[in-house]
Design a protein around this ligand. Structure first.
Ligand SMILES: *Cc1c(COP(=O)(O)O)cnc(C)c1O
Length: 363
């Protein structure tokens, strides 16, 4: 019997479905740098409408969407404030500093989330000799904190604070879809009422192969297009890719509730096995496990792929490519490695086990 691999490393590993590929194949296209790709336009218009913004820009990646947004809002030598574990800091190659000349100041959020209390003391007005804070950057849901959801009330309170301070808000909404799915909050509420710029990913839980969209006010669009071009993100017949995004909005948004149910199932089974599972809110499950690297290696040997995003933490992410049965099997494998009756863990037992694996590989 062949064992099917269960890939729970990230919701980026999804492959386009046959129906999505068909939608891509028949997409009407034109040269988007001339503004002539009708499918790109349709995607941009649809997302601008969904989130209540005046303009949208289709870009190749979430990193690019975030970096264009920050440069729209913040000039070189000015400052953003964000959570200490934000994606824009941890996973974007230092781009705010590198390309935007933007200084970053961090505040440690509560499970990644920054409220008014945390931010209030951090914002500086700036003057002739003090760097001024120009924007606050938030992440919805917060990836490294385990897919945590910003409560709408917190976003509204932050918006009131930044309005009073006369500064902007960027939301990295790569997984805003998951926040919407978890809370039922309309997408629009997570958009223009609480943010000046919002980036959303089509290639995470929505399951498109490529693409993110930057949402902002209409007046920012010419500069956003210029920044995209300067970063090498200008695309031509990109309607082929935008078609995948449109298809995903039609067919993959509602089903995201399944991903959350599967994550809840994994969390419950691992908890039952005695694992130290952190609170699970969306499609990400974090488990505190000494010897996380060995857990990742041990699971992989049984065809279950997960990651260790930090020391002593195992991360599991559900998505449309993994069904309920596969999640059950993954839970069994992971429970055996991390649960109370585990075969491996931290310390020397794990090292011994790792050594045995190495030897068996040689053999
Ligand atoms: C995935 C992700 C991004 C962007 O990633 P790309 O790989 O560039 O598309 C940005 N922010 C968060 C929180 C993400 O999870």
């Amino acid at each position: 019997m062949t064992m099917e691999t269960v890939d729970l490393r990230s919701d980026t590993v999804t492959r386009p479905t046959p129906a999505m590929r068909r939608a891509m194949a028949v997409a009407e296209v034109g040269d988007d740098l001339f503004g002539e790709d009708p499918t790109v336009r349709a995607l941009e218009d649809r997302l601008a409408g969904l989130f209540g913004f005046g303009a949208a820009l289709f870009v190749p990646s979430g990193v690019m969407a975030n970096q264009i947004a920050l440069r729209l809002l913040v000039a070189p030598g000015q400052e953003i404030v964000c959570d200490a574990d934000a994606h824009i800091l941890a996973h974007e190659e230092g781009s705010p500093a590198r390309y935007g000349g933007i200084q970053t100041r961090t505040v440690r959020g509560e499970r990644g989330l920054l409220g008014v209390e945390a931010l209030e003391g951090a914002l500086r007005p700036g003057n002739a000799y003090t760097v001024g804070t120009r924007a606050v950057a938030l992440e919805q849901t917060h990836t490294r904190a385990g897919g945590t959801v910003y409560p709408l009330e917190t976003l509204r309170a932050v918006r009131r604070l930044t309005d009073r301070a006369g500064i902007s808000v960027h939301i990295d909404g790569a997984r805003v879809w998951n926040a919407h799915t978890a809370t039922g909050t309309p997408l629009r509420e997570y958009g223009s009422p609480v943010a000046d710029t919002l980036s959303v990913c089509l290639s995470k839980g929505l399951g498109a192969p490529v693409g993110s969209v930057l949402l902002t006010a209409a007046e920012h669009l010419p500069r956003a297009r210029s920044l995209r071009h300067g970063l090498g993100g200008g695309m031509r017949q990109s309607g082929i890719l935008a078609a995948a995004g449109l298809h995903a909005l039609d067919h993959h948004l509602e089903r995201m509730a399944d991903d959350h149910a599967h994550a809840a199932l994994l969390a419950a089974e691992l908890r039952d096995a005695g694992c130290a599972v952190r609170p699970q809110e969306t499609n990400v499950v974090l488990v505190d496990a000494p010897g996380a690297e060995e857990v990742v290696a041990g699971a992989a040997r049984e065809g279950v792929l997960v990651t260790a995003p930090g020391p002593g933490v195992v991360r599991i992410v559900t998505h449309l490519g993994v069904g309920r049965q596969a999640c059950r099997r993954a839970a069994g494998v992971l429970a055996a490695l991390m649960g109370e009756g585990r075969r491996t863990g931290g310390g020397s037992a794990a090292a011994e086990r790792a050594q045995q694996w190495k030897e068996s590989e040689v053999a």
